[in-house]
Ligand binder design. Structure first.
Ligand code: MLT
Length: 407
């Protein structure tokens, strides 16, 4: 008789944003006339910009014509797009070979799947709070162990708190796979070169691998903050970087991202090229390549005009983050992030638990955010707001918090 993968039983029953949606639905059912202001999930709201949209339309157009029609493409992505992504790095003075670029349907899937090419006994380290995907996928793979008070016993947690300015310290014990996200979801912190170098030096010395999630790099505003970990010398020997078109170009629904798996990356039992070859093996087995329409759109995004459009979109969302930030500070909250990332991380008032504050905020102001504890035990007592929303909703949400929240 077939049995289920018991490791699923070690996960929270629902994924964080499903629980958020469930509570909002329940509230809406009881209060059908109320307008809800959603600043919860980081989901883009603004329409595609013209050059980007034309790129996607070109992809569709090609499919209409027998001379340009294409079916399956290369699982690793179109050659032209891989080259354009490599060029994107070259503009940051980082040399990447297009053969090191693997185009995908988004950063979430890549960060979820990458650990499958490493030994099942690998010790995983994550920031706490953390994007839940890194933890949950490793728990499903059998690396997590039991969850006690919000922490899996098999995972090493690197606390990110106001005391360390949300910059993690190295794990106390040896870690094989280290997940870093900068600019960070959820805290909005961006790590500087020195902070990244500490991890790169550690990974090289320990023969560990860093999985670096750079999905929010386009939101960096502070000069000098690395847009890619490959700006740190030696990182190509120990780091896989993941990035995405979702948040920067509005592709959350279009789906397109990439991973860079450097040929120089080495592990204990795999010399240069081995990990790149393994990821290629994994992708060619599990994945038939990103949509050819999406890839045509991605090519347009990476042109000079496309990058101008990205800047406009990013500026818009960062404008939202700034409005939320100022509103929360005016209300008297302790607020972090929102400077190099579209997320604001806030201490809940009067030591309230994250979910209690979620319910209070929803009931009194009709604003939806994300409870910090959903990102890990260090997130308890914190709350996240997302800058991905229409401007008028952001403004009315902030007004509602200022006027209606009973403190
Ligand atoms: C979030 O709100 O944390 C994001 O939507 C996560 C994601 O991109 O999957």
């Amino acid at each position: 008789m077939v049995k289920i993968n018991r490791f699923y039983d070690l996960l929270p029953e629902t994924y964080l944003f499903q629980e958020v949606n469930r509570r909002v639905k329940t509230f809406k059912a009881a209060n059908p006339d109320v307008e809800i202001f959603r600043l919860g999930v980081g989901n883009t709201t603004e329409p595609l910009k013209p050059i980007t949209a034309d790129g996607l339309a070109r992809g569709v157009q090609k499919l209409r014509d027998v001379k340009t029609y294409s079916g399956y493409g290369d699982e690793q992505g179109n050659e032209a797009l891989r080259k354009a992504i490599a060029q994107y790095y070259n503009e940051r003075q980082v040399t990447i070979d297009p053969l090191e670029v693997f185009v995908s349907d988004g950063a979430k899937c890549d960060t979820a799947n990458l650990s499958s090419i490493f030994d099942i006994g690998s010790i995983v380290a994550v920031q706490d709070p953390v994007y839940p995907v890194y933890v949950d996928t490793n728990v499903i793979a059998g690396r997590g162990g039991r969850n006690i008070h919000g922490r899996h016993m098999g995972i090493l947690y690197m606390p990110c708190t106001p005391e360390n300015n949300f910059a993690p310290s190295l794990p106390g014990l040896h870690a094989d796979l280290i997940y870093l996200c900068s600019p960070n979801n959820p805290t909005g912190t961006a790590l500087n070169k020195e902070q990244l170098k500490v991890f790169v030096d550690y990974a090289r010395a320990q023969k560990s691998v860093i999985i670096f999630d750079a999905a929010y790099e386009a939101f960096i505003r502070t000069p000098g903050i690395p847009h890619t970990i490959y700006e740190v010398e030696g990182s190509e020997e120990c780091t896989i970087e993941v990035n995405s078109f979702s948040k920067s170009a509005g592709f959350t629904g279009v789906r397109l991202g990439w991973s860079v798996v450097p040929k120089k990356l080495v592990v204990e039992d795999g010399g240069p090229g081995k990990i790149n070859a393994l990821w290629n093996r994994r992708q060619t087995t599990f994945f038939n390549g990103a949509s050819n329409v999406a890839q045509e759109g991605g090519l347009a995004v990476l042109t000079e005009e496309g990058q101008r459009e990205v800047k406009e979109l990013v500026d818009f969302y960062m404008g939202n983050a700034n409005i939320i930030r100022r509103g929360l500070v005016r209300t008297g909250f302790e607020v972090y992030g929102g400077v190099d990332a579209p997320y604001l991380w806030m201490k809940t008032p009067q030591e309230m638990k994250s979910w209690d504050f979620f319910d209070k905020l929803l009931q009194e102001t009709h604003v939806v955010g994300t409870p910090g504890v959903g990102f890990g035990s260090e997130g308890e007592g914190y709350f996240r707001f997302s800058g991905f929303q229409h401007r008028d909703i952001v403004e009315r949400a902030v007004e509602s918090i200022q006027n209606k929240l009973r403190l």
